[in-house]
Design a protein around this ligand. Sequence first.
Ligand SMILES: [Zn+2]
Length: 151
Amino acid sequence: MDKAENLDLTPAEARRLETFKQRYREETRALISQRLNHFQPLTGGTYTSVTIRDQKTRWGSCSSRGTLSFNYRLIFAPPAILDYVVVHELCHLTHMNHSAAFWAHVSSVLPDYRVRRQWLKDHGQELSVERHMEKRGIPLKLEETPSHKET
Ligand SMILES: [Zn+2]
C-alpha cells in the first residue's frame, strides 16, 4: 500500500517533490558509481555508461552495448541491497541472461545474494520517495498545516 502516491499535490508541492527526487537521484548516481568501482574488479566486464532512471518495476538493466541502468529508488534500500543490484548488472556484462553460469558468477562475489534478492522482492515496493520522506518527517503537503492548540 502506498497511500502517499495518491496524495493530491498542488503544483508547488509537486515541483518541490520533483526537487527532492532530483537530489536523491544525484545521491544514487554518486553511490552507484562508487559501488561499481568497488565491484567491477571482482566481476570483470566493461561498461560504457551508467544511467539512473525513475522506474516503477525494474531495479537495473544492462544493454548489449554495455550501458548499465539503475533505479534511483535504490538509494532508499539498505546498502547490501543496492550492492546486490550493482553486482547483478555487472555480471550481465559477462552473461546476458539468467543462466546457471550467471548466478554462479553473482554468487562468487556475493555468496548470500539469494537473501538480498528475496529482500528486494519482498520490500522493493516500499522503496518510494514518498515513504522515505514520511519516515524522515519531511511533509509532502505544504498547506493544511495543523494549528497547534494550547492545552
Ligand atoms: Zn538480470
